[in-house]
Design a protein around this ligand. Structure first.
Ligand code: TYM
Length: 328
C-alpha cells in the first residue's frame, strides 16, 4: 500500500526553502494518501552540537510550525523520532549492509565534518543510514523532500535493494517526490547556494516567523545581476529566477505567466512585488505559529498521539526484519 514518510530536523524555525521545497507538499499529500507520517528528527540534529534545553524547545517549536503550515494530526501521524526507538535499532541493522565508501561522498559529511574535531563524529558519518531507516521502518513508498535530499533517497533505494537481495523481498523501493520549481530555493545573498538553516548571513534566509518589515528588507537586498529585466532562466540568471520561483510557489502562477505580468518592471520594483506576495502567504502561518507555540501541553499531546500511531506501524515491520535477519 502507498505510504508517505518525511522528516525535518528541529533546528530553529523553518525557512522558505524548507516550506516551499517540502512542507507545502507534506500538507497536500495528506489529502491524497491514506497513510502519511511526518517526523521531527531530533536524533539527526544531535550529529552537530546542540544545547539540551534549546533542543527540547526546538522540537516543540518545529511541531508548532508544522501544524501552522497545515499538517493535520488527524490525517497524518506527526511524531518525534527519538520516541520511536526502532529508528535507531533498524539503523544499526542497515548500517551493517552499507559500505564506508558509499557514505564518504555524501554532502552532509563533506560539508559538516571539517568543522568538527577529530575529522567529524561517527554519528555524522552514518547519519544517512539513520535516514534510510526512518524511511524503510514504515515500508514507505513516497518521500516528499527538496533536491538536497536526492542522494539520500538514492542511498535508501540501494539499501532497500541490498536488503531484499540478501534476505528476501520486503521493502518497497521508495521514490522522492519533488516540487518542480521549488525543489531548490536559493540563498537571497548568494544565488549559487541553497537557502540553508545554518547560513550565518541573516539576510540570506526568510523564516516563517519573519515580520513583514524583515521580509521586505531581505527581498530588497536580495542579490541579483546587473540586468534590470525580469526573466526566468535558472541557469544563466539564478538570482532573479530564484525570486520568480518563490513568487510562483506562493502565488500558484507559472513562472512564464509571472514574467509576462512583470514586463516593464525593474528588478528593484519586482523584488517588492515578490516580498508582498510572500508576506500575504506567510502572515496567517506566522500568526498561527505564535498562537500554538505557547501551548506546550497541546503540542506535547499531538506528539504523544503521533508516537503511538507510529509505533503501531513500526513495531511489526521491525519484528519482521529481525526474524528475516535471524535475530529472533
Ligand atoms: P532538513 O531538516 O535539512 O530539511 C527539511 C526539508 O526541507 C528541504 N529543504 C529545501 N528544499 C528546497 N530548497 C531549499 N533551499 C531547501 N532546504 C531544505 C529538504 O530537502 C527537506 O526535505 N536529512 C533530512 C531530514 C530527514 C528526512 C528523513 C527527510 C531525516 N530523515 C527521512 C526525509 C525522509 C534533513 O536534514 O532535512
Amino acid at each position: 500500500a502507498p505510504r508517505v514518510f518525511s522528516g525535518i530536523q528541529p533546528t530553529g524555525i523553518p525557512h522558505l526553502g524548507n516550506y516551499l521545497g517540502a512542507l507545502r507538499s507534506w500538507v497536500s499529500l495528506q489529502e491524497e494518501f491514506g497513510s502519511v507520517l511526518y517526523s521531527v528528527v531530533d536524533l539527526h540534529s544531535i550529529t552537530v552540537p546542540q544545547d539540551p534545553d534549546t533542543l527540547r524547545r526546538s522540537v516543540l517549536d518545529m511541531t508548532a510550525c508544522l501544524l501552522a503550515c497545515g499538517v493535520n494530526p488527524d490525517k497524518s501521524c506527526l511524531f518525534q523520532q527519538s520516541q520511536v526507538p526502532e529508528h535507531a535499532e533498524l539503523g544499526w541493522i542497515l548500517s551493517c549492509l552499507t559500505s564506508m565508501p558509499r557514505l564518504r561522498h555524501l554532502p552532509q559529511w563533506k560539508m559538516k565534518s571539517q568543522s568538527q574535531k577529530n575529522e567529524g563524529s561517527v554519528g555524522l558519518f552514518i547519519y544517512p543510514v539513520l535516514q534510510v531507516a526512518d524511511i524503510l521502518l514504515y515500508q514507505s513508498t513516497h518521500v516528499p523532500v527538496g533536491d538536497d535530499q536526492a542522494q539520500h533517497l538514492e542511498l535508501t533505494q540501494d539499501v532497500a535493494r541490498t536488503f531484499n537481495n540478501q534476505y528476501g523481498e520486503f521493502f518497497p523501493i521508495p521514490r522522492a517526490l519533488m516540487s518542480k520549481c521549488a525543489k531548490k530555493i536559493r540563498s537571497l545573498r548568494d544565488p549559487l547556494v541553497k537557502m540553508s538553516k545554518s547560513d550565518p548571513q541573516k539576510l540570506a534566509t526568510v523564516r516563517l516567523t519573519d515580520t513583514p518589515d524583515e521580509i521586505v528588507m531581505k527581498f530588497r537586498k536580495a542579490v541579483t545581476d546587473c540586468t534590470s529585466e525580469v526573466t526566468y532562466d535558472p541557469e544563466r540568471r539564478p538570482g532573479i529566477s530564484n525570486l520568480v520561483a518563490i513568487h510562483s510557489a506562493v502565488s500558484g502562477l507559472a513562472p512564464e505567466e509571472l514574467v509576462r505580468q512583470s514586463r516593464g518592471l525593474e528588478t528593484a520594483q519586482y523584488k517588492l512585488v515578490v516580498a508582498e506576495a510572500v508576506i500575504a502567504h506567510l502572515t496567517p502561518i506566522r500568526e498561527e505559529v505564535h498562537r500554538l507555540r505557547g501551548d506546550t501541553g497541546f503540542l506535547t499531546g499531538v506528539l504523544t498521539r503521533g508516537t503511538h500511531a507510529a509505533r503501531e506501524v513500526a513495531t511489526p515491520v521491525y519484528d519482521a526484519v529481525c526474524r528475516m535477519v535471524g535475530l529472533r
